[in-house]
Write a protein that binds this ligand. Structure first.
Ligand code: SAM
Length: 270
């Protein structure tokens, strides 16, 4: 079930990502990321099919290490193809899925990751699961200039995993919060001073200034007591494709609202 759900997710997400790309969303996001200054080492959490990394590579052609992690191997296969890089199968198919007596799935990640010789390293892992290879790869690369988490989402069988039970994930919003918390923890350990954590979320809104303002307050609250501060927020209008993943309510009143990618750039203090 897990494998099928991942394949379906990858097929559906391909429509969203190519629609966003055609509308220039990824290029606008990488321009926003460029406020970080020059980016030489970057980790993209949930890199999907590589559309974000492709835009980041265009914006930062001298980057020595663009690293993409995703728990979905079908997405990673598509990313390798989009980015036209050779990625060993042992990087992409690291996961072992088992079914417990409870019927829940547990995935573990195995085998050493090969760092790409052409500046791009892709590998399968789950950022909320203990995987020492994530640590080893990041140790090898050294301090990161940026950590990106663009558009969170996951396949539908996530609810049948031990992760969902353990972290009490009941909705997409819970999942997003968990992955954002994990991204902030990795950023705390790995970002250089003045490096950036770049989170992109989707919102439907009539009054986008109000939504952006509220999101600034929410993220600022989240960052209280840390060395991170919200530096800037941009709202990028775009249209969802008809055949991709439905990212908002099917309620016609809500879905009639314009869509925005809310790009939140968070700076680590120096
Ligand atoms: C909505 S897609 C966005 C993909 C890409 N960032 C983009 O902007 O095109 C979210 C991706 O995050 C991945 N993902 C979700 N939770 C994850 C986790 N805990 N660890 C690693 N990848 C995860 C999913 O498999 C999916 O490919």
């Amino acid at each position: 079930m897990l494998a099928i759900a991942r394949t379906i997710y990858a097929e559906e997400w391909a429509s969203n990502a190519s629609a966003y790309q055609a509308q220039g969303v990824y290029d606008i996001l990488s321009e926003h990321a460029a406020q970080a200054g020059d980016i030489r080492a970057l980790l993209d959490v949930g890199c999907g099919q590589g559309h974000g990394l492709a835009a980041l590579r265009r914006a930062f052609p001298a980057a020595a290490h663009l690293i993409g992690i995703d728990e979905n191997p079908d997405c990673l296969e598509a990313a390798a193809s989009l980015l036209a890089v050779h990625v060993p199968r042992s990087n992409i198919w690291r996961g072992r899925d088992e079914v417990l007596a409870s019927g829940r799935y547990v995935s573990t990640y195995h085998g050493s990751v090969q760092i790409g010789s052409d500046g791009i390293t892709l590998f399968q892992s789950d950022v909320v699961v203990r995987d020492s290879e994530i640590e080893r790869v990041l140790d090898t690369v050294g301090p990161l200039d940026a950590l990106t988490l663009w558009f969170s989402g996951v396949h539908k069988a996530r609810s049948a995993t031990e992760i969902a039970r353990h972290f009490e994930i009941k909705s997409d919003a819970d999942h997003r919060t968990l992955v954002e918390d994990r991204a902030l923890a990795i950023a705390g350990e790995r970002l250089r001073p003045r490096g950036v954590l770049h989170i992109v979320a989707r919102a439907g809104a009539i009054d986008i200034d109000r939504v952006a303002h509220d999101m600034r307050l929410d993220y600022s609250d989240w960052l209280k007591g840390t060395s991170f501060r919200v530096e800037s927020i941009r709202a990028i209008p775009y249209d969802e494709p008809a055949d991709g993943i439905v990212v908002r309510s099917k309620n016609s009143r809500v879905s009639a609202m314009p869509n925005y990618a809310i790009s939140v750039l968070i700076r680590r203090e120096g």
